[in-house]
Design a protein. Structure first.
Length: 107
């Protein structure tokens, strides 16, 4: 199984993902293998190569935000519809957020 994953990752220049593969437990290896199998690297590569706009200027600015538990159900539905329309129209955005991570120690 590792050889198939290595071949897949090497094809797209992503072999660093399994750099510490040998240090994982059998259970962790299986989980990682399943996660890698679920990734459509050819689609990600195609989307990256076919992006319609190249950013000419990097601009980072604060965004407005809401905490989901404070949003009414009708507002959630409105946002969902807006998001689905944007996806159908070929528009995308990325928002990276921190938080919710936890430290995991290996025994």
């Amino acid at each position: 199984m590792k050889q198939d994953i290595e071949k897949k990752l090497n094809k797209y220049g992503q072999s660093h993902i399994i750099k510490f593969y040998e240090e994982l437990s059998d259970k962790e290896r299986l989980l990682l293998e399943k996660q890698i199998e679920c990734i459509d690297l050819s689609l990600i590569n195609e989307l990256y190569n076919n992006k319609s706009e190249k950013m000419t200027e990097e601009k980072i600015e604060p965004i407005q935000y809401s905490i989901m538990k404070n949003i009414r159900e009708d507002e959630k539905l409105t946002y969902k519809k807006i998001g689905e329309k944007a996806i159908k129209d070929g528009k995308i955005a990325v928002c990276q957020m921190a938080g919710g991570q936890r430290n995991k120690t290996r025994t």
